[in-house]
Design a protein around this ligand. Structure first.
Ligand code: ZN
Length: 241
């Protein structure tokens, strides 16, 4: 192996470590307001930004959200669609228990457990105040599906996704929110810059981004969008394993 290749691999390894830290195993978390099922879900990896957001939202409205499905056992595709589910990308979770209460078999806006629906509305509203789009995930980085049949029955659980890798602030006058914003944005920019440097570097005569096929996911400026970072890292890690 030539020296350049070794250097590239080491750079990739460092980047992966950097970004892997952003995926956390649910059983390693100890949020006050975000719990998880004790089935295979507890071993699933989920982007920390999403969990931090759910914690922030749930705490603000006095709800404890239990993640009942993350990646394990979820369909690979969005219902009635060819789109790959965000669950497969570790950036979406389903919450079917709120304050220990299930939906009671809810399938519309009137049946099932009324308290579950009330708590779900509060959690949804808090997420919306943090920039989550309600009931339209496609094309939106952060979304919550609730009280809709879009993508399946979302009367018996909330589906919450964040593919930015960056956590959000609640939009109700938090004094230090600007500072937090600046910090998280600069961390993400650093990771993005590093990733773009690697993707645009040359390996045995080919660009790494061409070798792993991320050309189609690059933006107009030729840079990888933050939303594709996790997918790219998975490709990189497969390529190196
Ligand atoms: Zn879901």
């Amino acid at each position: 192996m030539n020296q350049i290749l070794i250097e590239e691999i080491n750079k990739n390894k460092r980047l992966m470590n950097l970004l892997e830290n952003d995926l956390v195993k649910l059983s390693n978390t100890s949020y006050s307001n975000v719990k998880y099922d004790n089935d295979a879900t507890k071993n699933d990896l989920v982007t920390k930004a999403l969990l931090d957001d759910i914690q922030k939202a749930a705490d603000s409205v006095g709800v404890t959200a239990t993640i009942t499905t993350a990646k394990s056992g979820h369909n690979a595709h969005v219902k009635n669609s060819k789109r790959t589910s965000r669950h497969m990308k570790n950036v979406a979770v389903d919450v079917a228990i709120l304050n220990g209460i299930g939906s009671g078999g809810a399938s519309n806006s009137r049946n099932g457990n009324a308290e579950f629906r009330r708590l779900g509305n509060k959690l949804k509203n808090a997420l919306v105040s943090m920039g989550y789009t309600w009931n339209r995930e496609s094309g939106n980085d952060k979304a919550v599906l609730w009280q809709t049949n879009t993508g399946g029955n979302h009367y018996n659980h909330l589906h919450i996704s964040n593919r930015t890798g960056v956590s959000s602030n609640i939009n109700v006058g938090s004094e230090d929110s600007d500072t937090e914003d600046d910090i998280s944005t600069s961390v993400t920019s650093t990771a993005k810059d590093k990733l773009n440097n690697i993707l645009n570097s040359n390996l045995d005569g080919s660009l790494i981004k061409d070798l792993i096929g991320v050309t189609s996911s690059t933006g107009t400026n030729g840079n990888t969008s933050s939303t594709d970072i996790i997918g790219t890292i998975i490709k990189l890690s497969k390529m190196m394993s």
